[in-house]
Design a protein around this ligand. Structure first.
Ligand code: HEC
Length: 114
């Protein structure tokens, strides 16, 4: 009996941590992919390109998440590190997210394999 409870608890823990990890992916898929294809530049730079550029400038995950989420919370030229894309596609529109949501998405982008 004891053993069953333990494996049940383990399963619950496993299922919930997996759910949490997938949240960033869901938020990204639901909010960003309309404009940012993962690998192809269509109406905006591909996310692979954005990730590469942000990783090159902000090697540390914490800085990456801070700067990328700051940009999505308030897209403006002063926050951009891809000014040539602003020129090419026009500035990304303001989408109006909570900071925690923006950070969740930025953290997913840092870790994702596009
Ligand atoms: C309505 C279309 C649209 C949506 C939706 C959109 N973007 Fe963008 N995004 C753009 C365009 C266009 C650019 C290129 C111009 C620029 O950099 O502002 C861009 C640029 C960016 C950049 C590079 C910023 C820079 O210039 O340094 C990041 C990071 C980014 N987007 C993240 C996101 C994330 C994350 C989401 C989802 C939460 C998202 N975008 C949703 C259109 C969009």
């Amino acid at each position: 009996m004891q053993k069953h409870i333990k494996s049940f608890l383990f399963l619950m823990l496993f299922a919930s941590s997996n759910l949490f990890a997938n949240e960033g992916a869901l938020l990204f898929g639901g909010n960003c992919v309309t404009c940012h294809n993962e690998t192809r530049a269509i109406s905006a730079p591909s996310m692979r390109e954005v990730q590469k550029q942000y990783r090159a400038v902000f090697g540390d995950k914490k800085d990456f998440v801070n700067y990328l989420s700051a940009f999505i919370l308030k897209p403006k030229e002063e926050n951009s590190i891809m000014l040539e894309k602003v020129e090419k596609y026009k500035l990304m529109p303001l989408l109006g997210y909570e900071r925690s949501v923006a950070e969740e998405i930025a953290s997913y982008i840092y870790d994702a394999e596009f």
